[in-house]
Design a protein around this ligand. Structure first.
Ligand SMILES: *Cc1c(COP(=O)(O)O)cnc(C)c1O
Length: 371
C-alpha cells in the first residue's frame, strides 16, 4: 500500500471545477495585483481568526518579516523564540538585523516553554514569537502575562495553526500580530506561496499595509522602507474556494490523529500530546520513537511517506551556530530533533491506510529495538 506523506491531488480532485472557475474570473478581470479577491479573503480570514484586520502577504515568511518591520524591530534588538521551528521564524528576525534568542521547548507539546521565557528577557528584548507548532497553539496565558508585564509585543507564528484554538481563542488573535502561511502543505494551502497577517490593532494594521507596498502612502511617497509583500489575487481566488472546507478538513485530520493514537496505545511510540486547553488542527502528526532513522527507513521501504520536522534546531544551524544566545541547554529541542517523525495525516487518508501506516511503524519500532 503506497501512502504518501501528503497527497495534494486527492484534495484538488474534489474542488477542481470551482478552482478553475475562480482562477478564470481573476484572469478575465485582469486585476492582477491585490483587488477584490484579496480583500474578500482578508475579511474572511479576519473573521475566522476573531481579528478586526487582516493583510494578505506574499508568504508566511513575508508575513513574519512585515510583522517585525511593522513593530519597528531592527539592529540591536533581541527577539525571543523557539529553536524548534521552521527556519523562517528565526530567519526573519536575523533579516531585520535583530538577534534571535532561543528558549527551549516543552517536550510534550513541542512548543516554547513559557516557564523559561522570563530569564531570557533583557532591556533589548523587543518581541516574543511563540510558534504554534504542528497545529497546536502555545500555552498563551503565561506568555501574554510575561509579555504584558514587560511591555513586549507578541507575534504569533501561526503558520501551521490557522483556526486552531487555545481556551476557545483563535490562533493569531491573542498577540499583537498573528502570521499565517498558505504554503501548499499547510491546512489551508494555496497553489503556490501566500500568507497573511492578522491584528486587532488599527495602528499596526496601517503599518502592515505600509510595509506590504514599499512603505508608500500615497503611492510614490515613502514614509518608511517596506517591501513588496503582496498576496497574489490568483492565490486568494484558490484560497477562497478552499476556505469553506477548512473546518471539515481539520476535523478529518483530528479524526486521523485519533485513529493513530488508538493504534499506538500501549506501544513504545510516543504520540503527540494535545493540551486540554487546545484544539489542534494537526498540520503535522509527529510521533517520537527511539531509533528514529531506522524506523523511518522501514517506512520508506514500505512506501509510507514520512518527514522530520525538524532535524536541526535553530541554535545549531550553520548560519546561527555559536552566534546567538541560547537560554538553557535547549536539550529538549535537541532531543526532539533526534526523535520526531511526522506521519501522513492529510484529510483524505482512509482508515485502512492509517491502520497500515501505524502497523508498519509498530513493526519497525519492535525490530529497531535492541534485543
Ligand atoms: C511554513 C512556515 C513558515 C513560513 O511560511 P512560508 O509561507 O513557507 O513562507 C513560518 N513559520 C512556520 C512555523 C512554518 O511552518
Amino acid at each position: 500500500m503506497k501512502i504518501p506523506l501528503l497527497d495534494l491531488k486527492a484534495q484538488y480532485a474534489t474542488i477542481r471545477d470551482e478552482v478553475m472557475q475562480a482562477v478564470s474570473e481573476v484572469l478575465e478581470s485582469q486585476v492582477c495585483i491585490l483587488g477584490p479577491k484579496v480583500e474578500e479573503l482578508e475579511k474572511k480570514v479576519a473573521a475566522l481568526s476573531a481579528c478586526k484586520y487582516a493583510v494578505g502577504m506574499s508568504s508566511g515568511t513575508d508575513a513574519l518579516l512585515a510583522a517585525l518591520m511593522a513593530l519597528n524591530i531592527g539592529t540591536g534588538d533581541e527577539v525571543i523564540t523557539t529553536p524548534f521551528t521552521f527556519f523562517a521564524t528565526a530567519g526573519c528576525v536575523a533579516r531585520v538585523g535583530a538577534t534571535p534568542v532561543f528558549v527551549d521547548i516543552d517536550p510534550g507539546t513541542f512548543n516554547i516553554n513559557p516557564a523559561l521565557i522570563e530569564a531570557a528577557i533583557t532591556p533589548q528584548t523587543k518581541a516574543i514569537i511563540p510558534v504554534h507548532l504542528f497545529g497546536q497553539m502555545c500555552d498563551m496565558d503565561p506568555i501574554m502575562e510575561i509579555a504584558n508585564r514587560h511591555n513586549i509585543p507578541v507575534i504569533e507564528d501561526a503558520a501551521q495553526a490557522i483556526s486552531a484554538t487555545y481556551k476557545g481563542r483563535r490562533a493569531g488573535s491573542i498577540g499583537a500580530i498573528g502570521c499565517f502561511s498558505f504554503f501548499p502543505s499547510k491546512n489551508l494551502g494555496g497553489a503556490g506561496d501566500g500568507g497573511m497577517c492578522v491584528t486587532n490593532d488599527a495602528v499596526l494594521h496601517e503599518q502592515l499595509l505600509l510595509m506590504r507596498s514599499h512603505g508608500s502612502k500615497p503611492k510614490y511617497y515613502h514614509k518608511v522602507v517596506g517591501g513588496n509583500f503582496r498576496l497574489d489575487p490568483l492565490q486568494a481566488a484558490v484560497l477562497l474556494v478552499k476556505l469553506p472546507h477548512l473546518d471539515e478538513w481539520s476535523a478529518a485530520r483530528r479524526r486521523n490523529a485519533a485513529l493513530y493514537d488508538e493504534a499506538f496505545a500501549g506501544s513504545p511510540v510516543v504520540t503527540p500530546h494535545i493540551s486540554p486547553d487546545c484544539v489542534s488542527i494537526f498540520n503535522q502528526y509527529s510521533i517520537r520513537v527511539q531509533n528514529r532513522d531506522a524506523v523511518r527507513k522501514a517506512l520508506t521501504d514500505a512506501n509510507v511517506g514520512t518527514e522530520i520536522y525538524y532535524p536541526v534546531p535553530m541554535h545549531l544551524q550553520e548560519c546561527f551556530a555559536g552566534k546567538h544566545r541560547a537560554v538553557g541547554s535547549l536539550a529538549q529541542s535537541e532531543k526532539a530533533a533526534n526523535e520526531v517523525l511526522a506521519l501522513p495525516i492529510y484529510p483524505e487518508l482512509t482508515a485502512e491506510q492509517i491502520a497500515f501506516a501505524a502497523q508498519t511503524v509498530k513493526d519497525a519500532v519492535r525490530q529497531a529495538q535492541p534485543v
